[in-house]
Each structure stands twice: as structure tokens, then as C-alpha cells.
Design a protein around this ligand. Structure first.
Ligand code: NCD
Length: 307
């Protein structure tokens, strides 16, 4: 049976554990022949830097090849009115795996329903971004490995546009459903963002409510005992016109209020919500986090495509 990754929980905890263990053994600097001649199609209808290039690099590092359509909205047959389903069905005859980024929530499920090969959701509208959640979890596990966190359980604070961020949805849901099986104990998950944008969508709150301590803050909360701050940019391209979002930046002054063990994460790209002055702080882990994207995507492609 073909495995599709449309949401973060598409992989069972056991399978995700295997992928993350493999990611720890991947070599980001040298190419190998783990997947010779396998072809991964990158079908991107929305802007991307990290996700597309890390999938491309991951495939090539494994010895495979890529087919890239990076401005699919403009240059694929979508411009002639072709449906996503038809495009994906056709490409699944040309490649061994399809990585899809699309502007509509639910696009990945639709595409997976017609794909003959594994389909990986690289972000569908404001819905999910599973591989970002995998590399985020891998990063949190690295912090455990460095003995920054203990088994007492971590407090995670989502800071920013939690209402519209697909990375927040995927990570928050994955943390409560798979975290304990992966060795991540959660003390509480908290949310803060300006003008009501900090409140996560109903399905996220519901998933978290029974599973962990959940707190929604309307003012910046105390930071003294926070282990992970996950900052996100205002998702302006998804905002309804008329709803105004002011940014509350996570400044160096705020970073200094965190315990020394804490890590600051951000899926990137950042705008004005995370000033560059924070980059030199030892708690700034966002570039390490983006480096992990390559390792985790190598491992995922390998798990899905090995014979
Ligand atoms: C994120 C995305 O596309 O959702 N970017 C990424 O893939 N790292 C975050 C964002 O765009 O804000």
C-alpha cells in the first residue's frame, strides 16, 4: 500500500521514530547511493525556499533525481484550467514520489486520493505542513540529547500568528499525539499572539485540551520557565482584508528572560517578529532547525521509497 503524508499524524509514532532515527544517521555533506535513479517530483504552487530546496537536496544526496515545477500556478497546465487531480495523476506516472505545496487547505488529501506514488504534503494553505513538524520534533529531541531538557516535561509557547499558521497546527497536534512515544514529555502548551491572532483554530485547541495543560494568553506571558518558544510570522497572505495584525516581536530582551536551557525556534522565513539581534543568543536554534530539514527529508524519502 502506498503511504501518503498529508498530515503530521499520517505516520504512526513507531514509523516516525524510525524516520527520526534514520535522520540522525544521514550525512548532510556527502552524497550516497541509497536511492539510485529514483525520481521525486516537486510540484509547488506557492512560494518556497527551504522546503523545496531541502527536498531537492535530500533527493540528490540520496542518489536520486528531481523533476521541478516551482511556479505551478503560472506555468503548469493549471494556467489552462487543468484540475489539481489531473495534474497529480499524470505526474504520478512520471515520478516515484510527489512533493506538493498548494495554497488551498485540503489540496494534499485531494492529490493523494489520485496519486499512484507516495504524496508528501509540503504545506497546503493554512492546513498542515507535516515535514516541518517532523524536523521541529527532531530539533526538540536534539535539545533533550544535549541535556537541556529533563524528563519532567517541557513547556512550549507558540508566539505569533497561531490562528493561520500551518506549522503551528501540525506541530501542536503531533506533540500531543506522538510526543510521549518519541520521548517528549509535555508540561504545558501555551499560545500568545497579538489581536486575537494568537488563538489557535478550534481543531487544535480541541486536540490539545484533553491531552495537556493548554493556556491561551492575551498578554505576553512570563518566560522564566518556558523551554521552547516557537515564533511564527504574520501569515499576511492568508488574512481576511480588514483584520489588522500588529506584530509583537520576540526581542533579545525577551530572550534574556528565558531560562538558559530554553530554545527559540522559528520555521522561517521570518519578518519583523524575530529581530536579527536574537541570532547571537545561545538559545537561538532556528538555523539549526532549518539545517535539520535536510536530514529529516532525506530520511523520510528513503523510508517511503526504499524497495
Ligand atoms: C512555513 C510555511 O510555508 O508554512 N515555511 C516553511 O516551510 N519553513 C512557514 C511560513 O511560511 O511562515
Amino acid at each position: 500500500m502506498v503511504t501518503h503524508i498529508t498530515k503530521a499524524t499520517s505516520l504512526s509514532p513507531e514509523r516516525l521514530k524510525q524516520v527520526l532515527q534514520s535522520a540522525g544517521r544521514m550525512d548532510a555533506r556527502n552524497s550516497c547511493t541509497m536511492l539510485p535513479n529514483r525520481i521525486v517530483a516537486l510540484l509547488f504552487y506557492e512560494a518556497s525556499t527551504r522546503t523545496r530546496l531541502s527536498f531537492e537536496s535530500a533527493t540528490k544526496r540520496l542518489g536520486g533525481n528531481t523533476l521541478t515545477m516551482s511556479e505551478a500556478k503560472q506555468f503548469s497546465s493549471a494556467a489552462k484550467g487543468e484540475t489539481l487531480e489531473d495534474t497529480v495523476r499524470v505526474i504520478s506516472g512520471y515520478a516515484d514520489c510527489i512533493v506538493l505545496r498548494h495554497g488551498s487547505a485540503g489540496a494534499a488529501e485531494r492529490a493523494a486520493s489520485v496519486s499512484q506514488v507516495p504524496l508528501i504534503n509540503a504545506g497546503d494553505g493554512n492546513n498542515e505542513h507535516p515535514t516541518q513538524a517532523y524536523l521541529d520534533i527532531f530539533t526538540i529531541l536534539k535539545a533533550y540529547g544535549q541535556k537541556r531538557f529533563t524528563s519532567e516535561g517541557i513547556k512550549i509557547l507558540f508566539w505569533g500568528d497561531n490562528e493561520n499558521s500551518r506549522t503551528v497546527r501540525s506541530l501542536a497536534k503531533l506533540l500531543v499525539s506522538h510526543g510521549p512515544a518519541l520521548g517528549i514529555q509535555i508540561r504545558s502548551i501555551e499560545f500568545f499572539g497579538p489581536n486575537g491572532f494568537g488563538v489557535p483554530p478550534g481543531d487544535v485547541s480541541e486536540a490539545l485540551a484533553g491531552a495537556c495543560n493548554l493556556m491561551l494568553h492575551t498578554k505576553p506571558p512570563r518566560l522564566e520557565d518556558v523551554d521552547v518558544v516557537y515564533v511564527t510570522r504574520p501569515q499576511r497572505e492568508r488574512h481576511q482584508s480588514g483584520k489588522k495584525l500588529e506584530v509583537v516581536p520576540f526581542t533579545l530582551q525577551l530572550a534574556h528572560q528565558l531560562p538558559r536551557r530554553a530554545i527559540i525556534m522559528h520555521p522561517l522565513p521570518r519578518t519583523d517578529e524575530l529581530p536579527m539581534e536574537v541570532d547571537g543568543d545561545p538559545r537561538a536554534w532556528y538555523f539549526t532547525q532549518s539545517d535539520h530539514g535536510l536530514l529529516v527529508r532525506m530520511a523520510l524519502i528513503w523510508h517511503l521509497l526504499q524497495k
